[in-house]
Design a protein around this ligand. Structure first.
Ligand code: HEC
Ligand code: HEC
Ligand code: HEC
Ligand code: HEC
Ligand code: HEC
Ligand code: HEC
Ligand code: HEC
Ligand code: HEC
Ligand code: HEC
Length: 428
C-alpha cells in the first residue's frame, strides 16, 4: 500500500513541481540517469529536511540549477560550487551538527528544537568510542535517524518513534556477531537486551500496546547521551518516571548501602531489562521474598519485612471481605454506591502503600494500611447492616405471605363448603 501511495506521491510531486525541482532531484529520481533512485525516493516521500526546503545541495553542496538538461552530472556536482562526496561514517556527527548545533540557524526553522545533540553524543559510549578510538561500529546520527527519509520522532514512520526505537537499537545490540569483542563488566557484552525488554512490563506496554509513557531503550539510556545508568545512578533513570518510589527509596536505610552494590539501587530488586510487575510476594519473609536474601531471622530488617507484609495482607483481606459483602448486598437489592466509592479509597491506600513500602519503614506502612483497613471495615459493617435489614424484611414478607396463603386457603375451604351445600339442594 505504502509503495503505491509513495509512487503516486512521487508522480504528483514530479508532475507538478518539476519546474521548480532541482536538477539533483530530477536526475536522481530518473532510473535512466542514476543506478539507484531509492535515495531521492526516500527523500521525496517523507523527509523533514525536504519539508523544510533543505534541498540535496544544502547537505551535499553543488549547483541545483545545472546539469539535468545538459545531462552532465559534473555541472551540478561541481566541487567549485561546494560539492563534496558524502561523509564517511566517522564524519557524520559533525556533518549533521553543522546545522543542528547552530542555534541561530535552527531557530529560523524550529525555535523549540534543542541544539545539543552533538554535545550529548560526545558524552555517550557511542560518541566516546567513535571520537577517542575511531570505532565506526558504534551508532552515529544516521544509524538512528537515517540520512534520507529522516522524520521527527513524533512520526510513526520514524526510526526513533517510541515504538520503533527498540528495534533500531536492536539492529546492532541483538546481533551477537556484530557485538562480539566488546566487554561489559569483565564479560562479553550481552545481546539479549531486546529479548528481555520485549517481555518486561515496560516492553509489553511500548511494543504491544503503543504506550507512550513507559520507557523505550532511550527512556533509560537517554537519546543522545547513551550510557549505562549505573554510571550516573539507576534510581535517577527510574526516578524520571517513578518519582515517589525514588524519593521514598532515597530516604530509606537502603539508599546508601544499595548505591554500592554491583547491581545498584532499584536494579538490585527489580532487575532492569526484564522488569516484571511487582507483587506482594517480593516483600516479607516467605521463600519468594527479596528481604530474606540479606536479612537474617531475628534481625530488625527481618522483623520489619514480616510486619510490612502482614500489614498489606490485612488490608487486602479487609478489602476483599468488604467487597464480597457489598456485592452480596447489591445482588439482594441494597444500594451499594457509597460503599463502592469508599472501597475505591481503601484500594487507593493499597496502591499507595506498595509505593510507601520503599521507605522500608513499617510505621509509615502501617499508618496507611490501618487507615485503609478502617475504611474497608466501615464499608463491611454497612454492607452487613444492609444485609441484616434485607433479612428482617424478608422474614416479614414470608410471614405476611403465610398469612395470605392461610387466608386464601380458608376462603377456598369456605367456598367449597358453600358449593357442597348448594349441590345438595340442586340434586334434590
Ligand atoms: C545529470 C544527472 C545528475 C545530476 C543533475 C546530479 N547528479 Fe548526483 N549523481 C549522478 C550519478 C550518475 C551519480 C553516481 C551514481 C550514484 O551514486 O548513484 C551521482 C552521485 C551522487 C552522489 C554520491 C557521490 C559519491 O561519491 O558517492 C551524491 C552525494 C550526489 N550525486 C548528489 C547530487 C547533488 C547534491 C546534486 C545537485 C546539486 C546532484 N547529485 C545532481 C547524477 C546526477
Ligand atoms: C540532511 C542532509 C542530506 C540531504 C538533505 C541529502 N543527503 Fe544525501 N547523504 C547524506 C549523508 C549523511 C550521506 C552519507 C551517509 C549515508 O548514506 O548514510 C548521503 C549519501 C548520499 C548518496 C550516496 C549513496 C548513499 O546512499 O549513501 C547519494 C547518491 C546522495 N546522498 C544523494 C542525495 C540526493 C540526490 C539528495 C536530494 C534528493 C540528498 N542526497 C539529500 C545527507 C543528506
Ligand atoms: C543543512 C542543515 C541541516 C543538516 C546538514 C541536517 N539537518 Fe536535520 N534538520 C534541519 C532543519 C532545518 C530541520 C527542521 C527543524 C524542524 O522543523 O523541526 C531538521 C530536522 C531534523 C530532524 C527532526 C527534528 C524534529 O524532531 O523536529 C531530525 C531527526 C534531523 N533533522 C536529523 C538530521 C540528521 C541525522 C542529519 C545528518 C544526517 C541532519 N539532520 C542534517 C537542518 C539540517
Ligand atoms: C543511538 C541513537 C541515536 C543517535 C546516535 C542519534 N540520535 Fe538523535 N535521537 C534519537 C532518539 C531516540 C531521539 C528522540 C526520540 C524521542 O523523542 O522519543 C532523537 C532525537 C533527535 C532530534 C530531535 C530533537 C531532540 O534532541 O530530541 C534531533 C534533531 C536529532 N535527534 C538529531 C541527531 C543528530 C544530529 C545526531 C548526531 C550528532 C543524532 N541525533 C544521533 C536517537 C539517536
Ligand atoms: C550501529 C550500531 C548501534 C546502534 C544502532 C546502537 N548501538 Fe549502542 N552500541 C553499539 C556499539 C558497537 C557499542 C559499544 C559496546 C561496548 O563498548 O560495550 C554500543 C554501546 C552502547 C551502550 C554502552 C554499553 C556498555 O557496555 O558500556 C549503551 C547503553 C547503548 N549502546 C545503548 C544503545 C541504545 C539505547 C540504542 C538505540 C537508541 C543504541 N545503543 C543503538 C552499537 C550500536
Ligand atoms: C527500564 C530501564 C531500561 C530500559 C528500558 C533499557 N535499559 Fe539497558 N540498561 C538499563 C540498566 C539499569 C542497565 C545496567 C547498568 C549497569 O548495571 O551498570 C542497562 C544495561 C544495558 C547495556 C549494557 C549490557 C547489559 O546488558 O548489561 C546495554 C547494551 C543496554 N542496556 C541496551 C539497551 C537496549 C538496546 C534497550 C532496549 C531494547 C535497553 N537497554 C532498555 C536500563 C534499561
Ligand atoms: C519513561 C518512564 C519510565 C522509566 C524511565 C521507568 N519506568 Fe517503570 N514503569 C513505567 C510505566 C508507565 C509503567 C506501567 C504503569 C505503572 O505500573 O506504573 C512502569 C511499570 C514498572 C513496574 C511494574 C509496576 C507494577 O505495577 O508492578 C516496575 C517494577 C517498574 N516500572 C520499575 C522500573 C525501574 C526499576 C526502572 C529503572 C531501571 C523503571 N521502571 C524505569 C514508566 C517508566
Ligand atoms: C529492597 C528491594 C527494593 C528496592 C531497592 C526497590 N524496590 Fe520497588 N518494590 C519492591 C517490593 C518488595 C515491591 C512490591 C511491594 C508490594 O507490592 O507489596 C516493589 C514495588 C515496586 C513498584 C510497583 C508498586 C508501585 O509503586 O507502583 C514499582 C513501580 C517499583 N517498585 C519501583 C522501584 C524503583 C523505581 C526503585 C528505585 C528507586 C525501587 N522500586 C527500589 C522492592 C524494592
Ligand atoms: C541486598 C541486600 C538487602 C536486601 C535484598 C534487603 N535489604 Fe534491608 N538492609 C540492607 C542493608 C545493607 C541495610 C543497612 C543496615 C544493615 O546493615 O542492616 C538494610 C536495612 C534495612 C532496614 C533498617 C533496619 C536495619 O536493619 O538497620 C529495614 C527495615 C530493611 N532493611 C528492610 C528490608 C525489607 C523489608 C526488604 C525486602 C523488601 C529488604 N530490607 C531487603 C540490605 C538488604
Amino acid at each position: 500500500m505504502r509503495s503505491i501511495s509513495t509512487i503516486i506521491f512521487i508522480f504528483l510531486t514530479t508532475a507538478f513541481t518539476n519546474a521548480q525541482q532541482s536538477s539533483c532531484i530530477k536526475c536522481h529520481i530518473s532510473s535512466d540517469r542514476v543506478p539507484d533512485t531509492t535515495v531521492a525516493a526516500a527523500y521525496l516521500s517523507a523527509d523533514i529536511h525536504n519539508q523544510n526546503g533543505i534541498g540535496c545541495e544544502k547537505c551535499h553542496g553543488g549547483d541545483p540549477t545545472k546539469g539535468f538538461t545538459e545531462n552532465d552530472a559534473e555541472l551540478a556536482m561541481d566541487p567549485a560550487k561546494g560539492f563534496k562526496p558524502p561523509p564517511d561514517k566517522a564524519g557524520i556527527p559533525e556533518f549533521c551538527a553543522r546545522c543542528h548545533s547552530d542555534i541561530e540557524f535552527m531557530k529560523q526553522y524550529n525555535p523549540k528544537l534543542p541544539a545539543d545533540q552533538l554535545m550529548l553524543y560526545k558524552t555517550s559510549v557511542h560518541g566516546k568510542l567513535l571520537f577517542e578510538k575511531n570505532d565506526t561500529k558504534v551508532a552515529v546520527c544516521s544509524d538512528c535517524h537515517g540520512a534520507h527519509g529522516v522524520l521527527p520522532s513524533s512520526d510513526s514512520r520514524s526510526k526513533v518513534y517510541h515504538q520503533n526505537a527498540p528495534g533500531t537499537c536492536a539492529a546492532c545490540h541483538s546481533q551477537a556477531q556484530y557485538m562480539a569483542g566488546y566487554i561489559n563488566k569483565g564479560k562479553p557484552i550481552a545481546t539479549d537486551q531486546y529479548d528481555k525488554y520485549s517481555q518486561s512490563v515496560h516492553g509489553v506496554l511500548v511494543l504491544q500496546k503503543g504506550d507512550q509513557s513507559a520507557p523505550a531503550c532511550n527512556g533509560c539510556h537517554s537519546n543522545h547521551g547513551a550510557t549505562l545508568p549505573s554510571l550516573v545512578s539507576v534510581s535517577a533513570a527510574c526516578g524520571e518516571c517513578h518519582a515517589t518510589n525514588r524519593d521514598f527509596f532515597k530516604s530509606s536505610p537502603h539508599s546508601e548501602p544499595f548505591g554500592k552494590l554491583e547491581n545498584p539501587d532499584c536494579e538490585h530488586c527489580h532487575g532492569y531489562h526484564l522488569i516484571q510487575i511487582a507483587s506482594d510476594t517480593l516483600l516479607g519473609t516467605s521463600s519468594g521474598a527479596l528481604c530474606v536474601g540479606c536479612h537474617e531471622p531475628d534481625s530488625p530488617g527481618y522483623a520489619a519485612a514480616a510486619t510490612m507484609r502482614m500489614a498489606i495482607d490485612s488490608l487486602k483481606d479487609a478489602i476483599s471481605q468488604a467487597e464480597n459483602s457489598t456485592k452480596e448486598a447489591e445482588q439482594k437489592g441494597a444500594e451499594g454506591g457509597q460503599g463502592r466509592f469508599d472501597l475505591g479509597s481503601a484500594k487507593d491506600n493499597l496502591t499507595m502503600v506498595r509505593s510507601v513500602a520503599h521507605t522500608f519503614d513499617p510505621d509509615q506502612v502501617e499508618e496507611i494500611t490501618s487507615a485503609g483497613i478502617k475504611t474497608a471495615n466501615d464499608v463491611q459493617q454497612k454492607a452487613l447492616a444492609a444485609l441484616g435489614d434485607i433479612r428482617t424484611r424478608q422474614i416479614g414478607l414470608a410471614v405476611s405471605l403465610l398469612v395470605v396463603i392461610f387466608l386464601a386457603f380458608a376462603i377456598w375451604r369456605k367456598i367449597k363448603q358453600v358449593d357442597k351445600d348448594t349441590d345438595f339442594v340442586v340434586r334434590n
